[in-house]
Design a protein around this ligand. Structure first.
Ligand code: SF4
Length: 375
């Protein structure tokens, strides 16, 4: 698995706590640095099954620089077994020309489109650059360009959002389903991170969020909508038609090793987690000197167990008994005993091979994991 971080955005969304920057005068140097980091570190992973360009807004880089980075991926990695190559895209960048270029000149077979909402009021409230019409147009153009594996992001609980406006979102998704290309929906509840524009707006009283009960009702509506359209909730915030889950993100949740390149990108080799520092200038200058600034930690056996439990319980696959017995044999009996209580609460169901969360259990995944965590 390879992740490439491209931290540029047209402008900052009010809720955004990701490492991203508005602007991009150093984009060319950044693209060169990404290529150089791939040259330096390609030996850290074997044959790639998935590639993911995330951000920020990778499509903000434009054809020439993106093409340059794509070529470097092709040069330094074995793509013979590539199953899925995703690029995150914002609606405003998905013009017909750009989509045609992506199809003809790159390996991307999946687009993850940052829609967030199909309601103009919602989009204005969070400082998105696109409007609802552009979002609908982007999905339609991507399907028409031949992309048959599209994902959209939506956010529940936006400032000013009501149950009625949330329903309008789902109505628009309904109209897009007829294209046959929309296979995946990532739907998150808005979280307010310290230091974001939204955080300041809330503290000053300029903006108000919907009540908790209203957001819970939105979530219920989403679950009913997904069930009736054949979308399976395979992770707390991710829904897919049968067979169209994100292979790359599932790889993270299954603790597969991955290489992440770019400022702020994380890597994991099964034991050691490493993160390039989220500082563009330090990254570009560091790569030029052959010394990439990064931090790292070696996870203890308990850390690995805790991560295993927390991520497994956030997915519909749950805790795989065989995997538990192989990786953490000393924990198998304790987990089985703790799961008995969760079963009686209707939060976990036991199958021959797994302890998996029920739909109600998925909503309480962190609480269930908490009873299993090692101190
Ligand atoms: S487009 Fe995404 S990464 Fe960029 S500012 Fe908005 S939320 Fe953050």
């Amino acid at each position: 698995m390879l992740y490439i971080h491209i931290p540029y955005c047209h402008r900052k969304c009010s809720y955004c706590a990701f490492y991203s920057v508005a602007g991009g005068s150093d984009m060319e140097r950044y693209a060169d640095a990404l290529c150089e980091e791939m040259r330096m570190r390609h030996g850290e992973v074997g044959r790639l099954r998935t590639v993911y360009f995330g951000g920020g807004t990778p499509t903000r880089m434009g054809r020439t620089l993106l093409g340059h980075v794509v070529e470097a991926v092709e040069r330094w990695f074995d793509l013979g077994g590539l199953e899925e190559a995703t690029i995150e895209a914002n609606p405003e960048d998905l013009t017909e020309d750009f989509l045609a270029w992506l199809q003809e000149h790159t390996f991307f077979n999946r687009l993850s489109i940052g829609v967030q909402s199909f309601c103009d009021d919602d989009l204005r409230a969070i400082n998105r650059i696109h409007d609802a019409g552009q979002a609908v147009g982007a999905v339609r153009r991507a399907a028409a360009a031949g992309f048959s594996n599209l994902s959209i992001d939506l956010i529940m609980g936006l400032p000013g959002q009501s149950l009625a406006s949330w329903k309008r979102n789902l109505d628009v998704v309904d109209t897009l389903l007829s294209l046959g290309a929309l296979k995946h929906i990532s739907c998150y509840e808005l979280t307010v991170e310290e230091g974001t524009i939204l955080d300041r707006q809330l503290k000053s009283g300029r903006v108000r969020l919907p009540e908790e009960d209203d957001v819970a009702a939105e979530y219920e509506m989403l679950l009913r909508w997904c069930r009736s359209r054949g979308f399976v909730q395979y992770e707390v915030s991710n829904f897919a038609l049968d067979g169209w889950h994100s292979r790359h993100n599932s790889g993270y949740w299954e603790h597969k090793p991955y290489l992440g390149v770019g400022a702020g990108a994380h890597s994991f080799d099964g034991r050691r987690r490493r993160w390039n520092l989220p500082d563009l200038k330090a990254y570009i200058d560091g790569v030029a000197r052959g010394v990439i600034p990064y931090g790292d930690e070696v996870l203890s056996h308990d850390d690995l167990f805790n991560e295993f439990v927390m991520t497994a319980l956030r997915t519909s696959r749950g805790i795989d008994k065989q995997c538990l017995a192989t990786r953490f044999p000393e924990e198998a009996a304790r987990v089985a005993a703790a799961m008995e209580k969760q079963k009686t609460l209707g939060l976990i169901e036991e199958t021959e091979g797994s302890f998996r969360p029920t739909p109600k259990g998925l909503l309480q995944a962190d609480g269930i994991a908490a009873v299993l965590l090692r101190p």
